[in-house]
Design a protein around this ligand. Structure first.
Ligand SMILES: [Zn+2]
Ligand SMILES: [Zn+2]
Length: 344
């Protein structure tokens, strides 16, 4: 049985490079992909730190590569194809997939819907026919890596808020997903884009990717209300997964506006809806990363046109075999780290 040197969750708060066996041939609807570029994500930290039931799983759900082999039923892809993989796999035929909500596919229920093993030499993709997307010629791996998760999530925070052109947007937290939401707000035609962030490197990156104003979290609510003449913003995005940040996002959203939450709150049992006295006539929308062949293709079309370039988010580069060290660096938020490219 072939093996892949892959980052595996070996215990709570613990990962290590381990030889993971793979079947000789992919099963029905599966594809085996040779990794050419992967990365570490905040969700990896949630899995490693908070999910005891996932000890033993191969880590990594943001990866691109080259198809090595396909199983029965996979007709859209063949060995040698360069592909981006959805971070959440989907079947394409269940009720949720048929209505376009591939990230909540019923065939691959959580946690089986997560792509596993991207931080390895090879990874197996379930539902490959609808979960992979061919990378257009002329686009390199670094350009498209983030369509697998954070670009799709960050842009969806704006799309699902039904942002209208000219809207004022506040994006709370400029980590990788928040920065993608900032870039998404700019792409979708926001008027004023206000980013909220305390780390200097992230503040600078927010400006680079489309923020007009960057505010420190401690002063954000007061300043945003001043800037909007007491009205509040049309759309407030929460991209941290913290109850206090969620409260701030609610507090600055105008009547008729939308709070768009993409943070992962798994470390917190409750989410308070404490506001400035009332929370009437506002919309609250949460989003799980949209995925699937069509979705990834659309994001790559935006990148191919030159309208979006998220390569500045890659602040560090390491070998896939050094993935455990990448976890430490990512978790530390030091050295200006945003996304770490993991290469063979
Ligand atoms: Zn991710
Ligand atoms: Zn499905």
């Amino acid at each position: 049985m072939p093996t892949s040197l892959t980052c595996v969750k070996t215990g709570q708060h613990q990962v290590a490079m381990t030889q993971v066996p793979y079947p000789d041939e992919p099963g029905p609807c599966q594809a085996l992909v040779r990794t050419t570029l992967a990365t570490v994500c905040g969700s990896d930290m949630h899995i490693v730190d908070e999910s005891p039931q996932l000890v033993g799983v191969p880590m990594g759900h943001e990866a691109v590569g080259v198809v090595a082999a396909v199983g029965a039923g996979v007709t859209a892809f063949k060995p040698g194809d360069r592909v981006a993989a959805s971070c959440l796999v989907c079947c394409g035929y269940c009720d949720r997939c048929m209505e376009g909500n591939h990230s909540v596919c019923q065939t691959f229920a959580s946690p089986a819907n997560l792509l596993f093993g991207g931080q390895g030499e090879y990874f197996m993709v379930n539902g490959a026919q609808t979960s992979l997307a061919r990378i257009p010629d002329g686009l390199d791996d670094d350009q498209v890596l983030f369509v697998t998760d954070i670009m799709s999530t960050g842009f969806a925070a704006i799309e699902r808020a039904e942002l209208r052109m000219g809207d004022t947007v506040a994006v709370f937290a400029q980590g990788p997903v928040g920065l993608c939401a900032t870039a998404g707000a700019r792409t979708f035609g926001a008027g004023l884009v206000i980013a909220v962030e305390g780390i200097p490197e992230r503040q600078a990156m927010a400006k680079r990717l489309g923020a007009d104003i960057v505010l420190d979290p401690a002063e954000a609510v007061t300043k945003i209300m001043e800037i909007t003449n007491g009205r509040g913003v049309d759309v407030a995005v929460e991209a941290l997964g913290n109850p206090a940040t969620f409260t701030s996002a609610c507090a600055v959203t105008r009547f008729g506006g939308t709070v768009s939450s993409v943070g992962v709150y798994s470390a917190f049992p409750e989410l308070p809806l404490a506001t400035t006295g009332t929370f009437i006539h506002r919309k609250l929308v949460t989003t799980l990363c949209p995925v699937g062949t069509d979705r990834l293709g659309r994001l790559m079309a935006l990148i191919g046109s030159g309208r979006v370039d998220l390569r500045p988010l890659i602040t560090h580069s390491m070998k896939i075999s050094e993935t455990p060290a990448a976890y430490d660096l990512f978790r530390s938020k030091k050295e200006g780290v945003l996304k770490i490219a993991l290469r063979p």
